[in-house]
Design a protein around this ligand. Sequence first.
Ligand code: TYD
Length: 160
Amino acid sequence: MRRKKRLTLILSATNNNPRSDIMTIEDVRIIELPKFTDPRGNLSFVEQLNHIPFEIKRTYWIYDVPGGEARGGHVFRQNQEFIVALSGAFDVVVDDGENRKKFTLNRSYYGLYVPAGLWREMENFSTNSLALEFGSIHYDVNDYIRDYDEFLKLKRNGEI
Ligand code: TYD
């Protein structure tokens, strides 16, 4: 009994509890970035493990999106994301299998942190918007779940 209790404590301290990394839309959050306003033009920045709560392994951007277009309907199994609307506006819809929430990004000094394991879509892009995305892992096609029903099944089984 004593041993079991000690083991539980170690597991929670090292975050190795297999269920402790199950995320919900409550874990998605807008992070306000530093903003240096200047008549010559404003400046903002991000730092990994500071404003972005993970080590950045990848940066990509989505551009030349026709107005009103949508993309990115999928789950990342492991990849965490930090999304900034560098220009224009778009919505990021996140879904944990039970609840769905829409975040509108339309300022270049706000970032949206999206943990792994959530369904997410990007939609309602304004013409000439520019989405900058930071990821916590390198590109891996096997990290994607593109089928919403498969996502729900994995969620129900506690596999994601
Ligand atoms: P994808 O993430 O599938 O876009 P969406 O979910 O919006 O449809 O990316 C589109 C293509 O870009 C995909 O075929 C693979 C490629 N890609 C990379 O090679 N590296 C990357 O980091 C990303 C994000 C995409």
